[in-house]
Design a protein around this ligand. Structure first.
Ligand SMILES: O=CCCCC(=O)O
Length: 493
Protein backbone atom coordinates (compact mmCIF):
# COMPACT_ATOMS: atom_id res chain seq x y z
CA UNK A 1 0.00 0.00 0.00
CA UNK A 2 1.30 3.42 -0.96
CA UNK A 3 0.65 6.09 1.68
CA UNK A 4 1.90 9.45 0.45
CA UNK A 5 2.00 12.64 2.52
CA UNK A 6 -0.39 15.55 1.98
CA UNK A 7 -0.10 17.19 -1.40
CA UNK A 8 0.32 20.91 -1.86
CA UNK A 9 -3.27 21.12 -3.18
CA UNK A 10 -4.50 21.05 0.41
CA UNK A 11 -2.22 23.90 1.41
CA UNK A 12 -3.89 26.17 -1.12
CA UNK A 13 -7.08 25.94 0.90
CA UNK A 14 -6.89 26.76 4.58
CA UNK A 15 -9.93 25.13 6.18
CA UNK A 16 -9.47 26.99 9.48
CA UNK A 17 -9.57 30.32 7.65
CA UNK A 18 -12.49 29.02 5.64
CA UNK A 19 -14.39 28.09 8.80
CA UNK A 20 -13.60 31.48 10.45
CA UNK A 21 -15.09 33.31 7.49
CA UNK A 22 -17.99 30.88 7.27
CA UNK A 23 -20.95 32.27 5.44
CA UNK A 24 -24.20 31.19 7.08
CA UNK A 25 -26.70 31.17 4.24
CA UNK A 26 -30.18 32.49 4.81
CA UNK A 27 -31.50 35.11 7.16
CA UNK A 28 -31.03 33.04 10.33
CA UNK A 29 -27.95 33.20 12.52
CA UNK A 30 -26.75 30.68 15.14
CA UNK A 31 -28.48 31.31 18.48
CA UNK A 32 -25.26 32.34 20.17
CA UNK A 33 -24.98 29.26 22.33
CA UNK A 34 -21.46 29.23 20.89
CA UNK A 35 -21.32 25.47 20.60
CA UNK A 36 -19.48 24.14 17.59
CA UNK A 37 -18.85 20.91 15.69
CA UNK A 38 -15.30 19.78 14.87
CA UNK A 39 -14.55 18.86 11.27
CA UNK A 40 -11.84 16.20 10.93
CA UNK A 41 -9.47 15.32 8.05
CA UNK A 42 -10.01 11.55 7.54
CA UNK A 43 -6.48 11.25 6.10
CA UNK A 44 -4.90 12.17 9.46
CA UNK A 45 -7.69 12.14 12.05
CA UNK A 46 -6.76 15.77 12.88
CA UNK A 47 -9.29 18.55 13.44
CA UNK A 48 -9.30 21.00 10.50
CA UNK A 49 -12.20 23.38 11.22
CA UNK A 50 -15.26 24.05 13.35
CA UNK A 51 -18.79 24.96 12.31
CA UNK A 52 -21.78 26.17 14.37
CA UNK A 53 -23.78 23.53 16.22
CA UNK A 54 -27.40 24.56 15.66
CA UNK A 55 -30.05 24.15 18.35
CA UNK A 56 -33.81 23.68 18.19
CA UNK A 57 -34.10 27.50 18.44
CA UNK A 58 -31.84 27.85 15.40
CA UNK A 59 -34.08 25.39 13.56
CA UNK A 60 -37.05 27.67 14.24
CA UNK A 61 -35.14 30.69 12.86
CA UNK A 62 -34.14 28.74 9.77
CA UNK A 63 -37.79 27.83 9.09
CA UNK A 64 -38.71 31.48 9.70
CA UNK A 65 -36.08 32.59 7.15
CA UNK A 66 -37.30 30.05 4.58
CA UNK A 67 -40.92 31.13 5.17
CA UNK A 68 -40.08 34.83 4.78
CA UNK A 69 -38.32 34.18 1.46
CA UNK A 70 -41.01 31.80 0.12
CA UNK A 71 -43.57 34.24 -1.39
CA UNK A 72 -40.92 36.15 -3.34
CA UNK A 73 -39.25 33.03 -4.71
CA UNK A 74 -42.54 31.38 -5.61
CA UNK A 75 -43.56 34.54 -7.51
CA UNK A 76 -40.24 34.75 -9.36
CA UNK A 77 -40.84 33.94 -13.04
CA UNK A 78 -39.68 30.44 -14.07
CA UNK A 79 -37.34 31.94 -16.65
CA UNK A 80 -35.66 34.07 -13.98
CA UNK A 81 -35.36 31.07 -11.62
CA UNK A 82 -33.92 29.09 -14.51
CA UNK A 83 -31.28 31.74 -15.20
CA UNK A 84 -30.21 31.84 -11.54
CA UNK A 85 -29.88 28.04 -11.51
CA UNK A 86 -27.86 28.19 -14.70
CA UNK A 87 -25.56 30.73 -13.00
CA UNK A 88 -25.09 28.29 -10.09
CA UNK A 89 -23.94 25.70 -12.65
CA UNK A 90 -21.53 28.17 -14.21
CA UNK A 91 -20.04 29.32 -10.89
CA UNK A 92 -19.61 25.73 -9.70
CA UNK A 93 -17.84 24.92 -12.95
CA UNK A 94 -15.57 27.97 -12.65
CA UNK A 95 -14.70 27.11 -9.02
CA UNK A 96 -14.45 23.37 -9.61
CA UNK A 97 -10.89 23.00 -8.35
CA UNK A 98 -11.52 24.84 -5.06
CA UNK A 99 -14.69 22.85 -4.45
CA UNK A 100 -12.98 19.55 -5.29
CA UNK A 101 -10.14 20.32 -2.87
CA UNK A 102 -12.62 21.14 -0.12
CA UNK A 103 -14.58 17.92 -0.72
CA UNK A 104 -11.38 15.92 -0.76
CA UNK A 105 -10.15 17.54 2.43
CA UNK A 106 -13.23 16.95 4.56
CA UNK A 107 -14.44 13.69 3.01
CA UNK A 108 -11.08 12.12 2.17
CA UNK A 109 -12.01 11.02 -1.35
CA UNK A 110 -9.35 11.12 -4.05
CA UNK A 111 -9.16 14.44 -5.93
CA UNK A 112 -10.07 12.69 -9.17
CA UNK A 113 -13.29 11.43 -7.51
CA UNK A 114 -13.92 14.89 -6.02
CA UNK A 115 -13.52 16.55 -9.43
CA UNK A 116 -16.00 14.07 -10.85
CA UNK A 117 -18.38 14.86 -8.03
CA UNK A 118 -18.22 18.62 -8.64
CA UNK A 119 -19.03 18.13 -12.34
CA UNK A 120 -21.90 15.79 -11.41
CA UNK A 121 -23.17 18.17 -8.71
CA UNK A 122 -23.07 21.19 -11.02
CA UNK A 123 -24.98 19.24 -13.66
CA UNK A 124 -28.03 19.10 -11.36
CA UNK A 125 -28.21 22.89 -11.66
CA UNK A 126 -27.83 22.86 -15.44
CA UNK A 127 -30.44 20.12 -15.83
CA UNK A 128 -32.95 21.75 -13.46
CA UNK A 129 -32.40 25.19 -15.03
CA UNK A 130 -33.73 23.52 -18.17
CA UNK A 131 -36.59 21.82 -16.28
CA UNK A 132 -37.69 24.99 -14.41
CA UNK A 133 -39.33 26.40 -17.53
CA UNK A 134 -41.06 23.14 -18.49
CA UNK A 135 -43.43 22.57 -15.58
CA UNK A 136 -46.71 22.07 -17.39
CA UNK A 137 -50.26 21.22 -16.28
CA UNK A 138 -53.22 19.54 -17.96
CA UNK A 139 -56.46 20.79 -19.46
CA UNK A 140 -59.37 18.61 -20.61
CA UNK A 141 -63.11 18.25 -20.86
CA UNK A 142 -64.81 16.26 -18.09
CA UNK A 143 -66.45 13.07 -19.49
CA UNK A 144 -69.92 14.41 -18.61
CA UNK A 145 -69.25 17.57 -20.63
CA UNK A 146 -70.28 19.94 -17.83
CA UNK A 147 -66.87 21.39 -17.00
CA UNK A 148 -63.20 21.49 -17.78
CA UNK A 149 -60.63 19.61 -15.74
CA UNK A 150 -57.63 21.83 -15.10
CA UNK A 151 -54.58 20.33 -13.38
CA UNK A 152 -52.02 22.79 -12.10
CA UNK A 153 -48.69 22.25 -10.30
CA UNK A 154 -47.43 24.56 -7.59
CA UNK A 155 -44.40 24.58 -5.26
CA UNK A 156 -45.02 22.17 -2.40
CA UNK A 157 -43.76 24.58 0.29
CA UNK A 158 -40.75 24.71 2.61
CA UNK A 159 -38.47 21.68 2.18
CA UNK A 160 -36.15 20.08 4.73
CA UNK A 161 -33.26 18.40 2.91
CA UNK A 162 -30.97 16.01 4.78
CA UNK A 163 -27.81 14.85 3.03
CA UNK A 164 -24.98 12.38 3.70
CA UNK A 165 -21.20 12.77 3.91
CA UNK A 166 -20.25 10.55 0.96
CA UNK A 167 -21.13 13.07 -1.77
CA UNK A 168 -21.17 16.40 0.12
CA UNK A 169 -21.86 18.46 -3.02
CA UNK A 170 -23.88 16.20 -5.32
CA UNK A 171 -26.40 14.89 -2.80
CA UNK A 172 -27.17 18.50 -1.82
CA UNK A 173 -27.49 19.88 -5.36
CA UNK A 174 -29.59 16.87 -6.41
CA UNK A 175 -32.20 18.13 -3.93
CA UNK A 176 -31.66 21.91 -3.90
CA UNK A 177 -31.71 22.42 -7.68
CA UNK A 178 -35.11 20.78 -8.36
CA UNK A 179 -36.61 22.32 -5.20
CA UNK A 180 -35.56 25.80 -6.32
CA UNK A 181 -36.65 25.11 -9.90
CA UNK A 182 -40.09 24.18 -8.54
CA UNK A 183 -40.27 27.47 -6.59
CA UNK A 184 -39.64 26.10 -3.08
CA UNK A 185 -37.39 27.47 -0.34
CA UNK A 186 -35.24 24.99 1.59
CA UNK A 187 -33.31 24.20 4.74
CA UNK A 188 -30.34 21.94 4.13
CA UNK A 189 -28.94 19.86 6.98
CA UNK A 190 -25.64 18.44 5.73
CA UNK A 191 -23.77 15.63 7.48
CA UNK A 192 -21.69 16.80 10.45
CA UNK A 193 -18.61 15.12 8.92
CA UNK A 194 -18.74 17.26 5.74
CA UNK A 195 -20.35 20.66 6.39
CA UNK A 196 -17.70 22.84 4.70
CA UNK A 197 -18.75 22.01 1.14
CA UNK A 198 -22.37 22.84 2.00
CA UNK A 199 -21.38 26.26 3.34
CA UNK A 200 -19.09 26.99 0.39
CA UNK A 201 -21.89 26.13 -2.02
CA UNK A 202 -24.41 28.25 -0.10
CA UNK A 203 -22.20 31.31 -0.55
CA UNK A 204 -21.93 30.50 -4.24
CA UNK A 205 -25.73 30.26 -4.62
CA UNK A 206 -26.16 33.74 -3.17
CA UNK A 207 -23.49 35.05 -5.53
CA UNK A 208 -25.43 33.46 -8.40
CA UNK A 209 -28.52 35.45 -7.41
CA UNK A 210 -30.43 33.09 -5.12
CA UNK A 211 -32.13 35.53 -2.70
CA UNK A 212 -31.29 35.33 1.03
CA UNK A 213 -33.49 32.85 2.87
CA UNK A 214 -34.19 30.67 -0.18
CA UNK A 215 -31.41 28.23 0.81
CA UNK A 216 -30.59 27.94 4.52
CA UNK A 217 -27.82 25.69 5.84
CA UNK A 218 -28.07 24.25 9.33
CA UNK A 219 -25.32 22.11 10.85
CA UNK A 220 -26.13 20.27 14.05
CA UNK A 221 -24.87 17.49 16.27
CA UNK A 222 -28.46 16.93 17.45
CA UNK A 223 -30.16 15.89 14.19
CA UNK A 224 -33.08 14.15 15.94
CA UNK A 225 -34.55 17.07 17.93
CA UNK A 226 -33.58 19.70 15.35
CA UNK A 227 -35.23 17.80 12.49
CA UNK A 228 -38.27 16.98 14.61
CA UNK A 229 -38.68 20.69 15.42
CA UNK A 230 -38.58 21.63 11.73
CA UNK A 231 -41.02 18.90 10.70
CA UNK A 232 -43.44 19.97 13.45
CA UNK A 233 -43.75 23.43 11.87
CA UNK A 234 -46.86 23.29 9.63
CA UNK A 235 -45.15 25.46 7.00
CA UNK A 236 -42.70 22.63 6.27
CA UNK A 237 -44.31 20.41 3.62
CA UNK A 238 -41.48 18.29 2.26
CA UNK A 239 -38.75 16.04 3.63
CA UNK A 240 -36.08 14.71 1.28
CA UNK A 241 -33.42 12.44 2.75
CA UNK A 242 -30.41 10.53 1.45
CA UNK A 243 -28.77 8.13 3.90
CA UNK A 244 -29.20 4.80 5.62
CA UNK A 245 -32.43 2.82 5.62
CA UNK A 246 -32.44 2.82 9.44
CA UNK A 247 -32.36 6.61 9.69
CA UNK A 248 -34.84 6.84 6.82
CA UNK A 249 -37.36 4.74 8.76
CA UNK A 250 -37.01 7.03 11.81
CA UNK A 251 -37.47 10.13 9.66
CA UNK A 252 -40.48 8.62 7.89
CA UNK A 253 -42.10 7.96 11.29
CA UNK A 254 -41.45 11.60 12.29
CA UNK A 255 -42.81 12.89 8.97
CA UNK A 256 -45.87 10.65 9.31
CA UNK A 257 -46.88 12.47 12.51
CA UNK A 258 -47.36 15.62 10.45
CA UNK A 259 -48.33 13.96 7.12
CA UNK A 260 -45.32 15.43 5.30
CA UNK A 261 -44.48 14.33 1.76
CA UNK A 262 -41.24 12.34 1.94
CA UNK A 263 -38.63 11.29 -0.60
CA UNK A 264 -36.17 8.69 0.66
CA UNK A 265 -32.97 7.65 -1.08
CA UNK A 266 -31.77 4.87 1.21
CA UNK A 267 -29.32 1.99 1.38
CA UNK A 268 -28.30 -0.40 -1.37
CA UNK A 269 -26.73 -3.81 -1.86
CA UNK A 270 -26.01 -3.77 -5.58
CA UNK A 271 -25.32 -7.05 -7.40
CA UNK A 272 -22.76 -6.93 -10.25
CA UNK A 273 -23.47 -9.90 -12.53
CA UNK A 274 -20.94 -11.02 -15.18
CA UNK A 275 -21.97 -13.74 -17.63
CA UNK A 276 -19.52 -16.03 -19.46
CA UNK A 277 -20.22 -14.21 -22.75
CA UNK A 278 -19.29 -10.79 -21.36
CA UNK A 279 -16.39 -8.72 -22.69
CA UNK A 280 -13.94 -9.40 -19.84
CA UNK A 281 -11.97 -6.15 -20.25
CA UNK A 282 -15.17 -4.10 -20.31
CA UNK A 283 -16.50 -5.94 -17.24
CA UNK A 284 -13.25 -5.26 -15.36
CA UNK A 285 -13.35 -1.57 -16.29
CA UNK A 286 -16.98 -1.49 -15.18
CA UNK A 287 -16.41 -3.19 -11.85
CA UNK A 288 -13.53 -0.86 -11.02
CA UNK A 289 -15.96 2.06 -11.39
CA UNK A 290 -18.94 0.39 -9.75
CA UNK A 291 -16.84 -0.80 -6.81
CA UNK A 292 -14.16 1.86 -6.43
CA UNK A 293 -15.94 5.14 -7.28
CA UNK A 294 -15.61 7.08 -4.02
CA UNK A 295 -13.53 4.18 -2.59
CA UNK A 296 -16.70 2.11 -2.35
CA UNK A 297 -18.48 4.62 -0.12
CA UNK A 298 -21.61 4.84 -2.27
CA UNK A 299 -25.11 3.40 -2.03
CA UNK A 300 -24.75 2.37 -5.69
CA UNK A 301 -21.47 0.51 -5.09
CA UNK A 302 -21.18 -3.08 -6.34
CA UNK A 303 -21.61 -4.93 -3.04
CA UNK A 304 -21.89 -8.49 -4.36
CA UNK A 305 -20.03 -9.52 -7.52
CA UNK A 306 -21.43 -12.66 -9.17
CA UNK A 307 -19.32 -14.13 -11.98
CA UNK A 308 -20.36 -17.12 -14.10
CA UNK A 309 -18.13 -20.19 -13.69
CA UNK A 310 -16.43 -20.01 -17.11
CA UNK A 311 -15.01 -16.53 -16.44
CA UNK A 312 -14.69 -16.65 -12.65
CA UNK A 313 -10.99 -17.48 -12.22
CA UNK A 314 -9.76 -15.07 -14.92
CA UNK A 315 -11.97 -12.30 -13.57
CA UNK A 316 -10.75 -12.84 -10.00
CA UNK A 317 -7.09 -12.86 -11.04
CA UNK A 318 -7.31 -9.71 -13.18
CA UNK A 319 -9.45 -7.84 -10.66
CA UNK A 320 -6.89 -8.64 -7.96
CA UNK A 321 -4.10 -7.21 -10.15
CA UNK A 322 -6.05 -4.00 -10.68
CA UNK A 323 -7.16 -3.58 -7.06
CA UNK A 324 -3.69 -4.21 -5.60
CA UNK A 325 -2.15 -1.67 -8.01
CA UNK A 326 -4.31 1.19 -6.70
CA UNK A 327 -2.44 3.97 -4.89
CA UNK A 328 -3.83 4.55 -1.40
CA UNK A 329 -3.21 7.87 0.31
CA UNK A 330 -4.68 11.21 1.39
CA UNK A 331 -7.42 12.32 -0.97
CA UNK A 332 -5.75 15.66 -1.62
CA UNK A 333 -2.60 13.97 -2.95
CA UNK A 334 -2.94 14.18 -6.74
CA UNK A 335 -1.55 10.63 -7.14
CA UNK A 336 -4.09 9.02 -4.79
CA UNK A 337 -6.61 6.65 -6.31
CA UNK A 338 -8.19 5.38 -3.07
CA UNK A 339 -8.51 7.79 -0.13
CA UNK A 340 -9.35 7.07 3.50
CA UNK A 341 -12.77 6.05 4.80
CA UNK A 342 -14.81 8.73 6.54
CA UNK A 343 -14.24 7.63 10.18
CA UNK A 344 -12.49 5.02 12.32
CA UNK A 345 -15.92 3.50 12.97
CA UNK A 346 -16.39 2.99 9.21
CA UNK A 347 -13.02 1.19 9.00
CA UNK A 348 -13.97 -1.05 11.93
CA UNK A 349 -17.25 -1.98 10.29
CA UNK A 350 -15.57 -2.87 6.97
CA UNK A 351 -13.01 -5.00 8.77
CA UNK A 352 -15.72 -6.75 10.79
CA UNK A 353 -17.51 -7.70 7.54
CA UNK A 354 -14.25 -8.91 5.96
CA UNK A 355 -13.30 -11.04 8.97
CA UNK A 356 -16.82 -12.49 9.08
CA UNK A 357 -16.59 -13.49 5.38
CA UNK A 358 -13.14 -15.02 5.94
CA UNK A 359 -14.42 -16.99 8.93
CA UNK A 360 -17.09 -18.44 6.61
CA UNK A 361 -14.57 -19.69 4.04
CA UNK A 362 -13.87 -16.69 1.76
CA UNK A 363 -10.33 -16.43 0.37
CA UNK A 364 -8.41 -13.11 0.65
CA UNK A 365 -6.83 -12.39 -2.77
CA UNK A 366 -5.48 -8.99 -1.71
CA UNK A 367 -5.86 -6.52 1.18
CA UNK A 368 -8.07 -7.70 4.02
CA UNK A 369 -6.62 -6.05 7.13
CA UNK A 370 -6.45 -2.61 8.76
CA UNK A 371 -3.07 -0.92 8.17
CA UNK A 372 -0.99 0.67 10.94
CA UNK A 373 -0.70 4.45 11.10
CA UNK A 374 -2.86 7.54 11.33
CA UNK A 375 -5.91 8.23 9.21
CA UNK A 376 -8.91 6.04 8.47
CA UNK A 377 -7.53 3.82 5.73
CA UNK A 378 -8.66 0.40 4.49
CA UNK A 379 -6.74 -1.23 1.61
CA UNK A 380 -8.39 -2.27 -1.67
CA UNK A 381 -9.43 -5.84 -0.97
CA UNK A 382 -10.63 -8.76 -3.09
CA UNK A 383 -12.37 -11.72 -1.47
CA UNK A 384 -13.18 -14.86 -3.47
CA UNK A 385 -15.92 -17.42 -2.80
CA UNK A 386 -18.01 -15.21 -0.51
CA UNK A 387 -20.91 -17.44 0.61
CA UNK A 388 -24.54 -16.26 0.64
CA UNK A 389 -24.63 -16.42 4.44
CA UNK A 390 -21.73 -13.92 4.86
CA UNK A 391 -22.87 -10.70 6.51
CA UNK A 392 -21.48 -8.64 3.63
CA UNK A 393 -23.90 -10.36 1.26
CA UNK A 394 -26.75 -8.67 3.13
CA UNK A 395 -25.21 -5.46 4.48
CA UNK A 396 -23.65 -2.48 2.65
CA UNK A 397 -19.85 -2.77 2.86
CA UNK A 398 -19.36 0.94 2.04
CA UNK A 399 -15.65 0.43 1.47
CA UNK A 400 -13.06 -0.81 -1.06
CA UNK A 401 -13.87 -4.51 -0.74
CA UNK A 402 -14.81 -6.58 -3.80
CA UNK A 403 -16.77 -9.69 -2.75
CA UNK A 404 -16.77 -12.37 -5.48
CA UNK A 405 -19.08 -15.38 -5.78
CA UNK A 406 -19.51 -17.94 -8.55
CA UNK A 407 -22.80 -18.83 -10.30
CA UNK A 408 -23.82 -21.23 -13.07
CA UNK A 409 -27.19 -20.36 -14.59
CA UNK A 410 -29.14 -17.24 -15.55
CA UNK A 411 -31.96 -18.18 -13.17
CA UNK A 412 -29.46 -18.57 -10.33
CA UNK A 413 -27.94 -15.15 -11.10
CA UNK A 414 -31.34 -13.45 -10.91
CA UNK A 415 -32.30 -15.30 -7.73
CA UNK A 416 -29.03 -14.37 -6.00
CA UNK A 417 -29.22 -10.75 -7.19
CA UNK A 418 -32.70 -10.52 -5.65
CA UNK A 419 -31.67 -12.19 -2.37
CA UNK A 420 -31.63 -8.87 -0.51
CA UNK A 421 -34.07 -6.51 1.16
CA UNK A 422 -32.59 -3.67 -0.93
CA UNK A 423 -33.30 -2.73 -4.54
CA UNK A 424 -31.34 0.34 -5.56
CA UNK A 425 -28.83 -0.38 -8.37
CA UNK A 426 -27.68 -3.51 -10.24
CA UNK A 427 -25.06 -4.12 -12.93
CA UNK A 428 -25.20 -6.76 -15.66
CA UNK A 429 -22.48 -7.67 -18.20
CA UNK A 430 -23.33 -9.83 -21.23
CA UNK A 431 -22.88 -9.54 -25.01
CA UNK A 432 -26.36 -11.07 -25.49
CA UNK A 433 -28.79 -8.14 -25.53
CA UNK A 434 -31.87 -10.34 -25.16
CA UNK A 435 -30.37 -11.92 -22.04
CA UNK A 436 -29.35 -8.49 -20.74
CA UNK A 437 -32.89 -7.16 -21.08
CA UNK A 438 -34.36 -10.37 -19.54
CA UNK A 439 -32.06 -10.16 -16.54
CA UNK A 440 -32.67 -6.39 -16.18
CA UNK A 441 -36.40 -7.10 -16.10
CA UNK A 442 -35.93 -9.88 -13.55
CA UNK A 443 -33.84 -7.96 -11.01
CA UNK A 444 -35.85 -5.94 -8.49
CA UNK A 445 -33.91 -2.68 -8.52
CA UNK A 446 -34.77 0.89 -9.46
CA UNK A 447 -31.69 1.27 -11.67
CA UNK A 448 -29.94 -1.27 -13.89
CA UNK A 449 -26.63 -0.64 -15.66
CA UNK A 450 -26.29 -2.93 -18.67
CA UNK A 451 -22.63 -3.27 -19.75
CA UNK A 452 -21.82 -0.11 -17.75
CA UNK A 453 -20.21 0.55 -14.38
CA UNK A 454 -22.09 3.78 -13.70
CA UNK A 455 -25.85 4.46 -13.62
CA UNK A 456 -26.04 7.90 -12.03
CA UNK A 457 -27.12 10.70 -14.37
CA UNK A 458 -28.98 13.91 -13.49
CA UNK A 459 -31.11 13.34 -16.60
CA UNK A 460 -32.28 9.90 -15.39
CA UNK A 461 -34.54 8.97 -12.45
CA UNK A 462 -32.38 7.93 -9.49
CA UNK A 463 -34.00 5.85 -6.75
CA UNK A 464 -34.72 2.42 -5.43
CA UNK A 465 -37.30 -0.28 -4.76
CA UNK A 466 -37.97 -2.25 -1.56
CA UNK A 467 -35.95 -0.98 1.44
CA UNK A 468 -33.90 1.31 -0.83
CA UNK A 469 -36.41 4.10 -0.68
CA UNK A 470 -39.34 6.08 -1.97
CA UNK A 471 -39.49 8.51 -4.88
CA UNK A 472 -36.97 9.49 -7.53
CA UNK A 473 -34.41 12.25 -7.96
CA UNK A 474 -33.39 13.74 -11.31
CA UNK A 475 -34.82 12.56 -14.61
CA UNK A 476 -37.30 14.21 -16.93
CA UNK A 477 -40.00 15.66 -14.64
CA UNK A 478 -39.53 12.96 -12.00
CA UNK A 479 -37.13 14.79 -9.69
CA UNK A 480 -38.92 18.11 -9.88
CA UNK A 481 -42.32 16.44 -9.36
CA UNK A 482 -41.24 15.53 -5.81
CA UNK A 483 -41.24 19.26 -5.01
CA UNK A 484 -44.57 20.10 -6.64
CA UNK A 485 -48.11 19.83 -5.30
CA UNK A 486 -50.85 18.95 -7.77
CA UNK A 487 -54.04 21.01 -7.76
CA UNK A 488 -57.19 20.15 -9.73
CA UNK A 489 -59.71 22.84 -10.66
CA UNK A 490 -63.17 21.85 -11.91
CA UNK A 491 -63.95 24.86 -14.11
CA UNK A 492 -67.34 25.72 -15.55
CA UNK A 493 -67.54 28.77 -17.77
O1 LIG B 1 -24.81 6.87 -1.47
C1 LIG B 1 -25.44 7.28 -2.46
C2 LIG B 1 -24.82 8.25 -3.31
C3 LIG B 1 -25.30 8.17 -4.71
C4 LIG B 1 -24.28 8.70 -5.60
C5 LIG B 1 -24.79 8.80 -6.99
O2 LIG B 1 -25.64 9.63 -7.26
O3 LIG B 1 -24.31 8.07 -7.83
Amino acid sequence: MNMSPHASGAAALDPAAFARGLHIAGAWKPSGSGASIDVVDPSTGAKIATVPDATVEDAASAVEAAAAAAPGWRATAPRKRSEILRRCFELMTERAEMLATLISLENGKALSDARGEVAYAAEFFRWNAEEAVRITGEFGLAPGGANRIVVDYQPIGICVLITPWNFPAAMATRKIAPALAAGCTVILKPATETPLTAYALAALYEEAGVPPGVVNVLTTSAPGPVTAAMLADPRVRKLSFTGSTGVGRTLLAEAAKHVISSSMELGGNAPFVVFDDADLDAALDGVMIAKMRNAGEACTAANRIYVQSGLYDAFAERLTQRMSALRVGPGTDAATECGPMITRKAVDKIDRLVQDAVSRGSRVLCGGSVPQGSGFFYPPTVLADVPPEAEMAHEEIFGPVAALSRFDTEAEAIARANDTEYGLAAYVYTRDLARGMRVAAGIDAGMIALNRGLVSDPAAPFGGMKQSGLGREGGQHHGIAEFLEMKYIAASF
